[in-house]
Design a protein around this ligand. Structure first.
Ligand code: HEC
Length: 133
């Protein structure tokens, strides 16, 4: 599935569809499919330096595979900050939106200091995270 997605993304970027959707008018159906692809590339650009969506967490950051619907700070293979462990609840549209708007406001003391403050970028990334189950 990841391999398929990767090949799709390579094909999409070869076809010029890898341009971030935020810079394109959202007026045609091709813009919509481009937005789906760009969630993955935005993730790679803005989150991929720390996070993967692989089966296991990296020492740097928890894997985000299956994060949508997962308990906050819920992976046994990552040493979360006390701040995030104390939050409780699950990652859903609302919690991800608030966290990624400003991680330090959501969980003061979190080790994640960079979010995705731009709303369109943030939503494209959240939509992408829903697909990596
Ligand atoms: C500089 C490294 C870094 C970057 C860049 C980064 N993160 Fe994180 N992220 C972390 C760390 C470290 C944690 C664990 C935070 C803690 O324990 O307080 C984390 C935690 C998370 C969590 C909670 C996961 C869980 O298992 O509870 C989510 C969701 C998340 N990041 C999403 C993102 C997204 C989406 C982006 C891109 C917009 C991003 N992160 C960018 C380092 C990073």
């Amino acid at each position: 599935m990841l391999r398929t997605l990767g090949l799709f993304l390579m094909a999409a970027s070869a076809a010029g569809l890898g341009t971030p959707a935020v810079s394109q008018p959202a007026s045609s159906s091709s813009a919509a499919s481009s937005a789906a692809g760009s969630g993955a590339s935005l993730f790679d650009e803005q989150c991929g330096s720390c996070h993967t969506v692989g089966p296991a967490s990296d020492p740097l950051a928890p894997t985000l595979k299956g994060v949508f619907g997962r308990k906050i700070a819920g992976r046994a293979d990552f040493a979360y900050s006390d701040a995030l462990k104390a939050k409780g609840g699950t990652w859903n549209q609302q919690t991800l939106d608030v966290f990624l708007t400003d991680p330090a406001s959501f969980a003061p003391g979190t080790q994640m200091y960079a979010g995705a403050p731009d709303p369109a970028t943030r939503q494209a990334i959240i939509d992408y995270l829903k697909t990596v189950q």
